[in-house]
Design a protein around this ligand. Structure first.
Ligand code: 4AZ
Length: 262
């Protein structure tokens, strides 16, 4: 019974048929749906010792991953040099491919914690990953690529299944749409910089949440390739009406990524 399973990324498709479940899904925020095994082969989980999963990340080459800068803020309880990196394709429980430990973490020098501007970090692995059916990079969109407002994209992760809730056990995916920049800027009191983009559903109900940070917002382009349009960054709560998810805009940081990863 799918409705028994933990869900995440608030929103996505309704659960199975049946009146009871249908009623429930209307009256509270529900998560996205379980991702099919192997469907998002660039999705990685950043894990720290006893804490387990802390953030998402995306594989962009055999040596590099992209995540959010805010995942790497040192605090008394968290030292990010201790972070180990796992790629968990579909379920943290059934399959864990250990990627090579991190060699270097490059946080964007202009990252501004107070407003979440330039919320991006590059993670270099000690030794290259071997690609397989289950481990594949996502394409980096160049500066000139435009994801039009209304474009359907997918956000994936093991983050909270609703605000202040627990993490998902199975990787979740949710369908979101690109939201107009000026519309989003009005909703968020001009906090949306040109290094950010908004995606979700203005009616609420579909969104990324805590723990999805650093993970991918993936959109298809021509030739059926998937592109990393955004990196889960912030938002007011999760899946609230008129409070869409805010993502780091990857096209705006393409040159910086290229320069640092060669
Ligand atoms: C977070 O706390 C977080 N609804 C990530 C994404 C969103 C909100 C919070 C977007 O990491």
């Amino acid at each position: 019974n799918r409705s028994d399973r933990p869900r995440l990324l608030v929103g996505g498709s309704p659960s199975s048929s049946g009146t009871v479940e249908t009623e429930i899904s209307k009256t509270r925020i529900v998560g996205g749906e379980d991702a099919r095994f192997g469907k998002w082969p660039w999705q990685a989980s950043l894990q720290m010792g006893a804490l387990g999963h802390v953030c998402g990340a995306s594989v962009i080459s055999n040596r590099w991953l992209v995540s959010a800068a805010h995942c790497f803020l040192d605090s008394d309880s968290l030292r990010y040099e201790e972070m180990t990196l796992f790629q968990s394709i579909c379920s943290l429980i059934t399959l864990q491919i250990t990627l090579n430990n991190l060699q270097r973490i490059i946080v964007h020098p202009q990252y501004d914690q107070s407003v979440s501007d330039y919320d991006i970090a590059l993670l270099e692995m000690e030794t290259p990953v071997l690609f397989s059916e289950l481990v594949q990079p996502i394409c980096l969109p160049s500066t000139s690529r435009v994801f039009l407002y209304g474009t359907v994209c997918y956000v994936t992760g093991w983050g909270a299944i609703k605000e202040n809730s627990h993490l998902a056990k199975t990787l979740q995916e949710a369908r979101v749409r690109m939201i107009n920049q000026s519309v989003c800027n009005k909703l968020y009191d001009d906090l949306i910089t040109s290094r950010m983009l908004c995606a979700g559903n203005l009616n609420g109900g579909v969104d990324a949440c805590q723990g999805d940070s650093g993970g991918p917002l993936a959109c298809t382009g021509r030739s059926n390739r998937w592109y990393l349009a955004g990196i889960v960054s912030w938002g007011e709560g999760c899946a609230r009406r008129n409070r869409p998810g805010v993502y780091t805009k990857v096209t705006a940081l393409y040159d910086w990524i290229r320069h640092n990863t060669n």
